[in-house]
Design a protein. Structure first.
Length: 94
């Protein structure tokens, strides 16, 4: 994972904390495997069944909770987060 401020060689402790993944919560979805959220910076983390992990920056906690507890987490995620890339920029985490 690359630091967005200092570049790919960054080892600054404050950057490592900012980009550390949260505890992930499994969801029932044909597309999503698990979701997590970090407060600083606010971000929703999504693990997909394909094995890919993405971080969506700027997602508020209440949106994360709404997606997590929706009858269809995948549909809620698509409508409330993924459909708004200008509002919630994303990064693939390898």
């Amino acid at each position: 994972m690359s630091c967005l401020i200092h570049g790919p060689a960054c080892v600054a402790p404050e950057c490592a904390r900012a980009f550390a993944p949260p505890a992930m919560i499994a969801v029932a979805s044909s597309n999503l495997a698990a979701l997590g959220w970090t407060p600083s910076p606010p971000a929703l983390w999504a693990d997909f069944r394909t094995g890919a992990r993405y971080r969506y920056t700027g997602v508020p906690f209440d949106t994360f909770q709404a997606v997590l507890h929706a009858a269809s987490a995948g549909s809620a995620f698509a409508a409330q987060v993924r459909a708004h890339p200008g509002r919630f920029p994303y990064t693939r985490i390898d």
